[in-house]
Design a protein around this ligand. Structure first.
Ligand code: FES
Length: 87
């Protein structure tokens, strides 16, 4: 069974145990919404050191996408806030 979370309202498939960042990258989503000339908004270090991959989570605090396991139904988007389609 394929599992999904949502990035800007669009479903993104993931495998059990996969991080949010890994699933986004596999789906071809490398820019997380911040300017490309800054370390934020990208999977930069991949080990939780740079904070570049922090994403907004509907109804919860932002998380580091490179460290956070993907889970079914999560609604995610770029900081500083996700859109109203995540209500
Ligand atoms: S990519 Fe550096 S903290 Fe996630």
């Amino acid at each position: 069974m394929t599992r999904h979370f949502f990035w800007n309202g669009e479903p993104v498939a993931f495998q059990p145990g996969e991080t949010i960042a890994a699933a986004l990258l596999r789906a071809g989503i490398a820019g997380l919404g911040r300017p490309s000339d800054a370390p934020s908004g990208r999977v930069f270090c991949g080990i939780g050191a740079c904070q570049g991959c922090v994403v907004a989570v509907a109804g919860a605090a932002p998380v580091e996408a490179c460290l956070t396991p993907a889970s079914e139904g999560l609604r995610l988007g770029p900081l500083p806030a996700i859109g109203t389609d995540h209500a």
